[in-house]
Design a protein around this ligand. Structure first.
Ligand SMILES: CC(C)(COP(=O)(O)OP(=O)(O)OC[C@H]1O[C@@H](n2cnc3c(N)ncnc32)[C@H](O)[C@@H]1OP(=O)(O)O)[C@@H](O)C(=O)NCCC(=O)NCCS
Length: 166
């Protein structure tokens, strides 16, 4: 996908992008959970990146949340969204999330979710704020190793979801 107005390209990541993705996520330690290089490489098919002037300036990823038995409410989380400081406010974040949504929709999930410090960014894209308590899977997967907050319910991150019509 190319945005001609802003001169950037959004495409699926390849192995050659792993180092740049690693550095970009690491540059936001307050906002994002760091991801080891091995995790990025093993999940490289779940990353989309934005390139401008041959440099990776944005990335986003997604993860399927676990279900017990046959999937009743399959949910996919958008995570590791980062746009380089010098390239923010140019529509890159929005384009990356929309590209991730397009990929995720091919799986026919019931919903796409995110935990975010910037809920307005997501509500502008069609997500709605939901109670965190409805995301027990996510809390188990992502929050159990958090050392910043004693409980997901004291963490200021907000849960948002986009329901997908069947
Ligand atoms: C949050 C982030 C991804 C936004 O990326 P971006 O490329 O600057 O955002 P865009 O230019 O695509 O903005 C799209 C829309 O969201 C709005 N927006 C952008 N950042 C926002 C924020 N922090 N809070 C609320 N709204 C925001 C913009 O005003 C714009 O609105 P418009 O469509 O009405 O003009 C980027 O600031 C970032 O990487 N932050 C640090 C890492 C981080 O916080 N990651 C988690 C994000 S949930």
């Amino acid at each position: 996908m190319t945005n001609k107005d802003n001169n950037f390209i959004v495409r699926s990541a390849g192995f050659e992008d792993a180092e740049a993705i690693f550095e970009l996520i690491k540059s936001y330690p307050e906002e994002l959970i760091a991801r080891p290089m091995s995790d990025i490489v093993e999940n490289i098919d779940r990353f989309v990146i934005c390139i401008t002037d041959s440099k990776v300036v944005g990335t986003v990823s997604w993860q399927i949340l676990p279900e017990i038995g046959a999937p009743k409410q399959p949910s996919v989380e958008i995570k590791s969204l980062a746009v380089h400081k010098d390239h923010q406010s140019s529509g890159i974040g929005k384009t990356l999330v929309n590209a991730a949504i397009d990929h995720i929709k091919t799986l026919h999930p019931a919903q796409i979710i995110a935990l975010t410090f910037h809920p307005e960014f997501y509500t502008k894209l069609g997500f709605e704020v939901i109670p965190k308590e409805t995301l027990i899977h996510k809390i188990y997967m992502g929050c159990k190793n958090c050392s910043k907050y004693d409980s997901p319910f004291t963490c200021p991150e907000v849960a948002v979801a986009m329901k997908i019509q069947k």
